[in-house]
Design a protein around this ligand. Structure first.
Ligand code: CUK
Ligand code: CUA
Length: 639
């Protein structure tokens, strides 16, 4: 492969010039005609027409917004401990953060993807990835709670994740870093040829969404950046962008002298699935946690898995090909028809589009340009469908509308460029403020986009809001894309770093998202089904308090017989059966967090009293006019 000199620093420097670039005729901040205000204004009592789920990046959480208002409705904790609800603190949710490395109460969440049926959003679940300690989570879109987390062995920097196949057969996770597989003590500079890049296929049970790591493909030691499923005509394939195909163990070298082209890896997962079903692949020891939150018992459990099936690409001929793609492609996107695979070389000005039909013909005609570790490299000219001469710099990510257009973000030139899929003609461009990463059109990553709004998620905020010390929240922007030209409507701050987002029409989630847990179906081990079952039980040093709550009382509310050195478990069952009436619980000196208990639910908080005395507890959520009366005492006697 040819080496070209590339000055990355020079390119990045350009961003400073482009930041703040003006659209002629608009004011310098991109603000618009007054009609923009009407388009995002949701009058009191009215509702938004779309849900948007933004990743929270290093917050570890997923945030829920309304479009077009940009109002934040909820923060769903996934890879974090979250005092607002007690997630990761309560006994029921602590197991969710278990890993083979122990309790890891943080991660870096990048890419949400909503479940699909026949390539269209079905709104059952949303899947997200944890980058740092590789994990995939499934969040319910009826409870808006994290229901399952599976750790991914043999992976590191779980970045080309968590994208799903057209019928949610699999949620797919690709490793960013290649690593020794299995992990072992070896010299880092022996990376080349020895490290492997694991691509993981995790099946999703159609009825309840339960995850199972079915197989891992051990690819050459590249970095696997992003991925997308084939859809419609390309259903059965999955595409992964790669960089560092040099297999350098220090990427400084890659920046200075980089391959002219890296690859998009095309993987025929249906072929591999069949191969594995017929007994193919190698069983390999691997330790990884599988954490499930059960809705009936309201309790999470963690199990350690011991084994994974790995697949060597050379063992499944016809299932793996490499499509040369210029300049370290970052984004890898597939259009709604499944015909075009878009690779955005982030150090490039142009966008490369591959054709699925051409790819199949090139495979048929064996139009190869060598191979890498036994995987055929297809000839660039044979698979390329076209190039978008964008005039921008640093293309990253692309989404689609329902009219045959694509929208690509440009990080360096800070803009969104709209172009036609098929003619590759640029139709419109609008600045972003500033340095945009991903963008999201509801359904824009499916067969059926809803082409009303586009949300751009920016990496730099600078002067957009009132300053808040040395750092500001990231910023998203809403564009109206219903007309020929995009129109910037609104800025809103996000929480954490919004890498990517998924959105859907509001009616897809209603009314199932208005959830009440039924008390008579509560199968929690420590449920208090009626107030007369409330009690205190001692078992050695362990004390179990079975407590019920209803406006505006805890039962029991005077607890005696507790001693210093005891471990007190407060199992609190919320007897409310009305929508939106949680009760909270907190006790003095608690070194975990308050917990919030939903109607019909049981949650457990642990308290280890250290001091003799009579100590109060109270409800933390203002629940009625008598909320302030919702309190009690625990008497703690000497050990
Ligand atoms: S990444 Cu952040 S801008 Cu993790 Cu999808 Cu490209
Ligand atoms: Cu219950 Cu306040």
């Amino acid at each position: 492969m040819k080496k070209v000199k590339y000055s990355m620093l020079g390119l990045l420097g350009l961003s400073m010039i482009f930041i703040g670039c003006n659209d002629p005729g608009k004011s310098s901040n991109g603000a618009l005609a007054s009609s923009a205000a009407e388009k995002v204004y949701i009058a009191p009592g009215q509702r938004d027409s779309y849900y948007a789920f933004l990743s929270g990046g290093y917050s570890g959480n997923l945030t829920v917004y309304g479009l077009p208002s940009g109002r934040m409705f909820k923060e769903i904790p996934v890879f974090s401990q979250f005092p607002t609800s007690g997630y990761g603190y309560s006994e029921e949710t602590k197991p969710m953060l278990n890993t083979s490395f122990g309790f890891v109460p943080w991660d870096d969440l990048h890419h949400p993807d909503i479940s699909q049926t026949n390539g269209e959003l079905d709104g059952r679940w949303i899947f997200v990835n944890g980058n740092n300690t590789p994990r995939i989570a499934r969040v319910s879109l009826s409870t808006f709670e994290t229901e399952e987390i599976i750790e991914i062995p043999n992976s590191a920097g779980n970045h080309s994740s968590s994208f799903i196949t057209e019928n949610t057969e699999y949620v797919v996770a690709g490793t960013r870093f290649s690593v020794p597989v299995p992990q072992r003590d070896m010299p880092i500079n022996e990376y080349k040829g020895n490290f492997k890049g694991a691509l993981s296929f995790i099946s999703v049970a159609p009825d309840n969404g339960r995850l199972n790591l079915e197989f891992q493909i051990l690819m050459p030691g590249f970095n696997y950046d992003l991925s997308r499923p084939g859809r419609a005509k390309s259903h059965g394939w999955f595409f992964f962008s790669t960089y560092n195909t040099e297999e350098a163990n220090s990427l400084l070298e890659v920046m200075a002298s980089q391959n002219d082209k890296d690859f998009i890896a095309a993987v025929n997962w249906m072929k591999i699935e069949e191969y594995v079903k017929n007994g193919g692949g190698t069983k390999m020891p691997a330790n990884y946690a599988h954490n499930v939150y059960d809705e009936e018992t309201h309790t999470g459990t963690s199990t350690m898995k011991k084994e994974v099936i790995t697949v060597d690409p050379t063992d499944v001929p016809g299932a793996f090909y490499l499509l040369p793609t210029p300049k370290s492609p970052h984004g890898c996107d597939v259009d709604p028809s499944g015909q075009y695979i878009i690779g955005s070389g982030k150090l490039s000005a142009d966008i490369t589009v591959h054709s699925f039909d051409k790819m199949m013909a090139a495979i048929e005609g064996k139009k190869f340009d060598g191979e890498a570790y036994g995987i055929p490299i297809l000839k660039f000219e044979e698979v390329m469908a076209g190039t978008v001469k964008s005039g921008g710099l640093g293309p990253l990510h692309t989404e689609f509308d329902d009219k045959g257009n694509a929208y690509t973000t440009f990080f360096i030139s800070s803009e969104v460029v709209k172009w036609n899929v098929g003619t590759w003609e640029v139709l419109d461009r609008k600045p972003t403020y500033y340095s945009v990463g991903h963008l999201m059109i509801p359904g824009g990553n499916s067969r059926k986009p809803f082409s009303k709004y586009l949300v751009a998620m920016n990496k730099i905020t600078k002067d957009r809001y009132l300053p808040t010390g040395p750092e500001m929240e990231h910023s998203a922007q809403i564009y109206d894309i219903s007309g020929d030209k995009m129109e910037l409507l609104y800025d809103f701050p996000t929480h954490g770093e919004p890498h990517y987002a998924a959105g859907c029409p509001a009616e897809l989630l209603e009314p199932r998202s208005k959830k009440i847990y039924r008390l008579d179906e509560n199968k929690h081990k420590y449920v208090t089904s009626s107030p007369d079952q409330a009690r205190v039980e001692r078992n050695g040093n362990e004390v179990h308090v079975y407590m019920s709550t209803i406006r505006s009382h805890f039962t029991p509310d005077n607890i005696e017989g507790i001693k210093v050195g005891d471990k007190v478990y407060f199992h609190i069952t919320n007897h409310e059966q009305d929508f939106d009436v949680p009760h909270g619980f907190s006790i003095i000196g608690q070194n975990t967090s308050e917990i919030l208990v939903m109607p019909g639910q049981t949650k457990t908080s642990v308290w280890e009293p250290k001091q003799v005395g009579v100590w109060p507890f109270y409800c933390t959520d203002f629940c009625s006019a008598l909320h302030q009366e919702m309190q009690g005492y625990v008497r703690v006697s000497p050990a």
